[in-house]
Design a protein around this ligand. Structure first.
Ligand code: BGC
Length: 470
């Protein structure tokens, strides 16, 4: 009853602390994490160390950020976050038409052919409903998985991450698979295609508004970042001058065991029961696909040890995946939310339970923010060192539900601590990575027809090219 609930049955503070302490990372530990990542960035960039490097540091063929004057009319696809989206983007008008299509879970685990047929159908329906079927528009394809990019329109999937695991796609050119699916339908055409990672799309769309944006960061279903690196440091690419955007794939940090000392038993369990055990260890400590499950496992353990809910695990709490990541921010928002969610999960809670649960949520989401801060600090410090600057002022374009829904003050404060000579502005992407993908497409298109139709090209800045110099 309500009376029971109000009655406080105090929990020994030390017991609660025992569960939370492994998640609390000191500034020194974060500094150490940042130092380890610094080494891994170098391994990823190296010609001979790359193939074994857990942080892949993938070249993107994007050689400059926008200057804000870009124009054009494009289609964009965005696959890999919470939703699959089809967009029609007019860059100069900031106009967008967007359609969200669900990707059913069985399709995320089905065959590649089914997935790409579904994508081609969604695009076809979109073109139909917006009267665009007769046009041949260039297409920006945001594909948010690690890919070895061979050209702007040739990109080999290294591995699926997050909830996807479609057969017959790893090792294949994803642009080709998309084109084949469109060809199978045969009822519409698309123009040139440019493939980008969502981090790159985010950096480009934020860069359109703020020209000092040189980093794109995602903390959503998955986590990752890209940044502008000096080409002379990218040993797998020929050329010495200028910069190229590198997709770090920092989610893979720790895949060689270098973070084992900070993993908790709950992280190990989440990894073990995921669809891709052993890979994307850093991502599994940070991103939305996993945070809820970490909290659930901690709560289950505390309940088994009779610290919560009078020792009774409800069916919902005992079910993997039932504690959604969105509950974390809702619970952190207020005690009333916490009570409501605990009731919905069928738990017999009292007020102390509710506040302990809030503490657990706060501890796990804070760790996520601090780890991201350590990784981001590594990138800004690297950019500053690359340019031999005493002080760096830069902007980070950010997107992702986890970033949007959680207080960002912890992340920002920790980055300031870990990168004291860098002054960072955080710019949340308003339109996802669609516009950014479209912008990359624009230039891919302009470089493809550079001799044939330069006059017709509506894009000013050639910030993408497939040859060494800009
Ligand atoms: C993928 C990245 C992507 C990130 C954020 C990760 O799982 O490997 O390519 O940028 O999620 O969506």
């Amino acid at each position: 009853s309500q009376d029971d609930r109000q009655r406080l049955s105090p929990r020994p503070k030390v017991s609660v602390e025992k569960y939370l302490q492994p998640f609390q990372l000191s500034p020194e530990t974060l500094q150490e994490v940042s130092a380890r990542l610094r080494k891994d960035l170098l391994r990823g960039l190296g010609k001979h160390s790359h193939h074994k490097a857990p942080v892949k540091m993938l070249p993107t063929f994007v050689r400059a950020t926008p200057d804000g004057t870009e124009k054009g009319d494009f289609l964009a696809l965005d696959l890999g976050g919470t939703n699959f989206r089809v967009l029609h983007v007019r860059v100069e008008e900031e106009a967008q038409k967007v359609q969200i299509c669900a990707i059913p879970q069985e399709m995320m685990l089905g065959t590649g052919e089914q997935l790409f047929d579904h994508i081609a159908t969604c695009l076809g329906d979109f073109l139909e409903s917006h009267n665009l079927k007769g046009q041949t528009l260039p297409l920006g394809f945001t594909f948010s998985f690690p890919c070895e990019q061979l050209e702007i329109d040739k990109s080999i999937l290294i591995r699926w991450t997050k909830g996807f695991n479609c057969s017959g796609v790893e090792g294949k050119d994803v642009v080709q698979l998309l084109k084949e699916a469109i060809h199978r339908r045969g009822d519409y055409h698309i123009g040139s295609v440019a493939m980008v990672n969502d981090t790159v799309g985010t950096m480009m769309s934020c860069g359109y508004k703020d020209q000092s944006c040189e980093i794109g960061m995602i903390i959503g279903t998955g986590t990752n970042a890209c940044y502008m690196e000096e080409i002379k440091n990218v040993k797998r690419i020929e050329g010495k001058d200028g910069r190229m955007c590198i997709n770090t794939e920092w989610g893979g940090f720790g895949d060689d065991g270098c973070l084992d000392d900070i993993l908790t038993e709950f992280d190990v369990e989440v990894d073990k029961t995921s669809i891709n055990p052993g890979v994307h260890i850093f991502e599994k400590m940070i991103s939305g696909m996993y945070l809820g499950e970490i909290v659930r496992l901690v709560l289950v353990k505390m309940t088994k040890d009779k610290l919560l809910f009078k020792g009774q695990i409800s069916e919902a709490l005992g079910t993997p995946g039932r504690f959604e990541t969105k509950f974390i921010s809702e619970i952190e928002d207020g005690l009333e939310n916490a009570k409501k969610i605990l009731t919905e999960l069928g738990l017999d809670w009292d007020l102390v339970d509710a506040s302990v649960v809030r503490l657990v949520c706060d501890t796990i989401s804070s760790r996520s923010a601090y780890l991201c801060a350590a990784a981001l600090a590594t990138l800004v410090n690297r950019i500053r060192n690359n340019r031999k600057l005493g002080h760096l002022k830069t902007t980070v374009g950010v997107d992702g539900t986890v970033y949007r829904k959680h207080p960002t003050s912890k992340l920002q404060k920790a980055v300031r601590l870990l990168a004291p000579q860098c002054d960072i502005t955080f710019l949340v992407s308003e339109d996802g990575s669609g516009t950014g993908a479209a912008m990359v497409t624009a230039v891919a298109q302009s470089s493809a027809c550079v001799t044939a139709s330069r006059g017709k090209t509506r894009i000013k800045a050639a910030f993408v090219s497939t040859n060494a110099r800009r």
